[in-house]
Design a binder for this molecule. Structure first.
Ligand SMILES: [Zn+2]
Length: 407
């Protein structure tokens, strides 16, 4: 059974996908305010003080679509059935978050247009890393449609980023069991991908498999970071291999010199402590913390998208704020479109946890209605614990991903 907690994790993006696959008129009209009220301008300006917008890359942004304008994106209708009826509720929220008009002639296009409009309210220079998402594959590297929650082709992510190069970059997704995985990786590099994205539990990838070594070696040689979702992920059920989301498994990639970004700092759920003589379930975040203290340096990083969601324990945010020695390795990301979902992040809960000043809650709520991406950034700049705030370095992410110009 999916419960409320599961509804609110990163993979809710999959719910958007399934929502978009249905007739748009099935959803209530959404009001999508645009243009920032003058009263909010000082709050936003203050958030940018001390930041260089040209270094501000959002390292976790979902690109979604239905294929209705040739994107090649697909949605698994059967998995949608499996989620019923809880999904029905979530769809309404998530569709609203991306502000896709109910009568949009093309969901593919409306999604990109909305994201672009939100991005354009940021200073020149800020960019978003758009994720492709590969199929789940079997042991022979053949796609398994029944296990694939949704699919966003590399070519589509590359094309969207190419059309909006001033605002978007793209992140490839290649299942490493595919027989042509290395050729796909080379193609992604040639097309300027700035990272690779894996969701091991959903895509069925065992990071410890020796057959990944050649793929790891190519990633390491190219210095292409792999963004790995670790920790609990039940909203993108896919292959349903929760055990493969164990943060400790990224050591297999690190040991071969691969640069790794642990998505959401593994901030949700539990995982087996495989280092213990008698392995038991512990907070996945505690295993991430162990890795961060192992001396991998900038080879190991964590993205801070959705770590403030109400389904995360306040200890996660408190630790991330206090550990300023980690800050150069913590990377700003929004997990768009999730910041637009008011239900996933309740501001009063942050106030009660002592992480947010009470006076900030109302203006932030208004800002979220106008621009969820600005909201996400401003919130991360406002949260504090005992005087500790996120360092500006967490927002200067470009240096980790920028590729040398392709000649
Ligand atoms: Zn995500």
């Amino acid at each position: 059974m999916l419960n409320r907690r599961h509804l609110l994790c990163c993979g809710a993006a999959a719910g958007l996908f399934t929502a978009l696959a249905e007739p748009a008129r099935a959803f209530p009209a959404t009001a999508c305010p645009s243009g920032l009220p003058a009263s909010l301008q000082p709050l936003v300006q203050q958030a940018f003080e001390g930041l260089d917008p040209h270094q501000l890359w959002d390292v976790h942004t979902h690109l979604l679509g239905t294929g209705d304008a040739g994107s090649g994106c697909t949605v698994n209708a059967q998995l949608d059935q499996w989620w019923h009826p809880v999904e029905m509720l979530r769809k309404r929220f998530i569709l609203k978050a991306a502000c896709v008009p109910p009568d949009a002639p093309s969901v593919d296009r409306a999604y990109v247009q909305r994201l672009r409009a939100l991005a354009d309210e940021f200073p020149v220079g800020a960019r978003w890393m758009l994720f492709a998402f590969d199929h789940a594959c079997d042991a022979r590297g053949q796609p398994v449609p029944a296990h694939t929650t949704f699919h966003v082709p590399d070519a589509y992510a590359a094309a969207v980023a190419g059309r909006h190069a001033d605002r978007f970059a793209w992140v490839a997704s290649i299942h490493p069991y595919r027989p042509d995985a290395l050729a796909r990786l080379d193609a992604a590099l040639a097309q300027g991908a700035v990272a690779l994205k894996w969701l091991p539990s959903s895509m069925a990838i065992d990071l410890r498999e020796p057959r990944l070594h050649a793929f790891y070696d190519r990633l390491a040689a190219a210095r292409l970071p792999v963004i790995v979702h670790c920790g609990e992920e039940r909203a993108v059920p896919g292959a349903g291999r929760e055990d493969l989301g164990n943060p400790l498994m990224v050591r297999a990639a690190l040991e071969r010199g691969v640069r790794v970004v642990v998505a959401h700092c593994a901030s949700l759920g539990t995982a087996l402590d495989l280092d213990a003589r008698r392995p038991r379930e512990v907070q996945a975040f505690s295993l991430f913390a162990r890795l961060m203290d192992e001396g991998w340096g900038e080879q190991l990083m964590g993205d801070i998208s959705v770590v403030l969601q109400t389904n995360r324990r306040p200890e996660v945010a408190r630790t991330l704020l206090m550990r300023d020695d980690w800050h150069p390795r913590l990377l700003h990301g929004s997990d768009y479109p999730l910041p637009g979902l008011a239900a996933t992040l309740r501001l009063p809960a942050l106030v009660r946890a002592g992480l947010l000043h009470a006076a900030d809650a109302a203006p932030l709520a208004t800002l979220r209605e106008h621009n969820p991406l600005l909201f996400d950034l401003v919130l991360k700049r406002r949260v504090a614990w005992r005087g500790a705030v996120l360092s500006a370095s967490a927002f200067a992410t470009r240096r980790h991903f920028e590729r040398p110009a392709v000649s």
